[in-house]
Every structure is written in C-alpha cells, then in structure tokens.
Ligand binder design. Structure first.
Ligand SMILES: [Fe+2]
Ligand SMILES: [Fe+2]
Length: 338
C-alpha cells in the first residue's frame, strides 16, 4: 500500500540548496479562489500522462527532466498525485513488453520520488484486455487491472485518504469494454462513491478519464447535424450521474483528470474540473508533429488541435476549502517524429 508517512520537505530526491537558487517555473495557466487565508496551504503536485514509450522520443529522460524541474520549485509539494497513463499501449502488448515498460517507469519515477504519492490508474496501465495483441488468455495473474494494482502497489484502484485538512478521493475510471475500455464507474464503485463523497472536509476527486469537460468534446467529438457525439473513451459513460452527485456536495471543490492531454479548467456548480494536461505533452512529440500524425492516420471531421505543453499542475489547498492552481510548463522539447 501507499506510504502513509507525510513529510513537508524532501519529497523528491535531490532536493537541496540548489532549489533555492533555481529560477521559478513559468506558469502557463493560473486560477485561484483565495486571497486572505493565513494558514499555510497544503501543496499538491499533479503529474499525469507520463507515457513511457517505445519510440525514440526519450520518454524516460523527459520524465526525469520533469521530476528534476519539480524538485527545483521553491515551495515543494507535500503530496504528489499521479493521474495515470504511466505506460503506453500496455493493453495490447505481450507480457514481456508490458513488464519492460513497467520496469522503466518504476525506475525513473521511484528513483526520483521518495515521498507520499497517490496513484490513479490510466487506460494505458492495464494489461491484456486486447487478447490478440497481448497474446493473453485472461487467466494470467497480472491480467487486466491486476497489472496496474501490482505496478502501483495498491489493493484497490479506488480509495480515499485525508491529508492537509482535505479529503482526496481517487477513482478507477477505466472499465473494460470488448477488447478495449470505456470511461466511468462500475456499479460497485458508484455505490461506494455515493457514500464516500460525504465529508466535512473540502474534497478533491481524481480520475484518469475526465468526469466531464470541454476537452472530450473538442478533441474526440463527432459533429452531427443536430448534436455532437462524445465517445465514452474520452469521458465518463455515467457523466450525468456523477456530475449531479458532485453538484449536490458542496465539499467537492476540485475534480482532477488527465487522459486528454489538454490543459483545461471548467467550473460548474461550484466545482472546478481541472485537466492537468500531460507530463508527456503530445506523447513526447511537438504539438504540430502530433497533430500532423493524427491527421494523416485518421483525417476525421474536426481539426486536430495542439495538445498541452509538457508539464504538471501545482495545487495550493487551504484548509478552509479555497485553492490556487498553476499549470507549470516543464520546458521539455518534444520530438518532431517517432
Ligand atoms: Fe494519456
Ligand atoms: Fe489515458
């Protein structure tokens, strides 16, 4: 299980006096809801979509670069939340390929990060649902979500903890469907969430796939004559139920997600739905190279928009429920091809 110890300092290995001299990071987006709170906020770094990859895009180096960047922040995080998609294409790889990726991610991440982390599983963190591609039967011990549970050292992929005067709910938002996946909650987790969401503490919900937002519509939507269709691979199949539940619980201040590789903030009914972009940006390509590649592979009816710059989010959470968020560009330069 996760490390239960909390340390205000030294979350990342290598943090030292150099961090005091390093230039403060560029913030490409910034929102805030508090001005006068006197208590020291609880700082969370949200890192999502690290995407270890096969291709020569130097993913391992990019992840290490990002973690080094974070270690130079003047105010260090008290907690890191990992938003999922640590790996790439795991669902359809053979076990040797999947475990090789897992070992690479484990090495680069755990070499650098020594403090408390909340892990959220992404669609690329499960193994074998594509049985043909993965050459699996479904009976292997690491098949399906067991692969992510093993990598993330979690018995359950949805859970909650209380830290810094806030409640953190982590959802398992990826469900098997045919030989792939859809976003949302299964019946058991939905029942659990309806109880778990009740809290006197201000609350952050994290899901890999966005519960809702504009990105799924503008990135993956299909324009129609009288409405636009959004696939369940991009958002929750039970979006309406979950959004309504959150709207009924004013303690839920933030809903974090990744998956789409877009930076986004949508405040609806008192809750800010924040998409943290991606550590890998456009899967370690430049945005232009990624958009061109996607257009060539699948022209589609809508333009391919430029994805997030490589980076991560810093959240400063005040015990009274107010918060600030800044999106930090790591400065990693994407590759022009893979
Ligand atoms: Fe991703
Ligand atoms: Fe994803």
């Amino acid at each position: 299980m996760m490390n239960e110890k909390l340390s205000r300092r030294g979350l990342l290995a290598g943090l030292g006096t150099a961090s005091l001299l390093a230039p403060f990071s560029r913030a490409s987006a910034f929102i805030e809801s508090f001005e006068t709170s006197s208590a020291k906020p609880f700082r969370v770094a949200f890192l999502t979509d690290m995407h270890i990859m096969d291709a020569p895009v130097r993913a391992d180096e990019g992840i290490a670069f990002t973690l080094d960047h974070l270690s130079k922040q003047e105010v260090q995080p008290d907690l890191i939340i990992v938003g999922g998609d640590n790996l790439t294409g795991t669902m359809g790889r053979d076990l040797a390929g999947a475990t090789s990726m897992r070992d690479r991610w484990t090495k680069v991440f755990r070499d650098k990060v020594k403090g408390p982390v909340l892990y959220c599983a992404g669609n690329h963190d499960h193994w074998g649902w594509n049985k043909t591609g993965s050459k699996s039967t479904g009976n292997e011990p690491l098949w399906g979500k067991n692969f992510a549970r093993d990598m993330l050292q979690l018995d359950k992929l949805y859970y909650s903890v209380e830290r810094g005067g806030w409640k953190f709910i982590v959802l398992d938002s990826v469900q098997p469907f045919e030989s792939r996946y859809i976003g949302g909650l299964d019946a058991e987790q939905w029942e659990w969430l309806k109880g778990e969401i009740k809290s006197d503490l201000p609350t952050v919900i994290t899901s890999h796939i966005p519960i809702t937002g504009i990105s799924p519509l503008v990135v993956d939507g299909t324009p129609g004559e009288t409405s636009h269709a959004v696939p369940f691979g991009s958002t929750f199949k039970n979006m309406y139920d979950v959004v309504a539940l959150i709207a009924d619980h004013s303690n839920v201040k933030l809903a974090l997600s990744g998956h789409i590789h877009f930076e986004e903030s949508v405040t609806f009914s008192g809750t800010t739905y924040w998409n943290g972009g991606a550590v890998s940006g456009a899967w370690w390509l430049t945005s232009t190279a990624d958009a061109n590649r996607r257009t060539q592979r699948n022209p589609g009816p809508i333009p391919r928009l430029a994805r997030a710059n490589p980076g991560y989010s810093l959240l400063d959470l005040s015990p009274n429920g107010e918060f600030k968020i800044q999106q930090v560009a790591s400065g990693w330069k994407g590759a022009t091809s893979r």
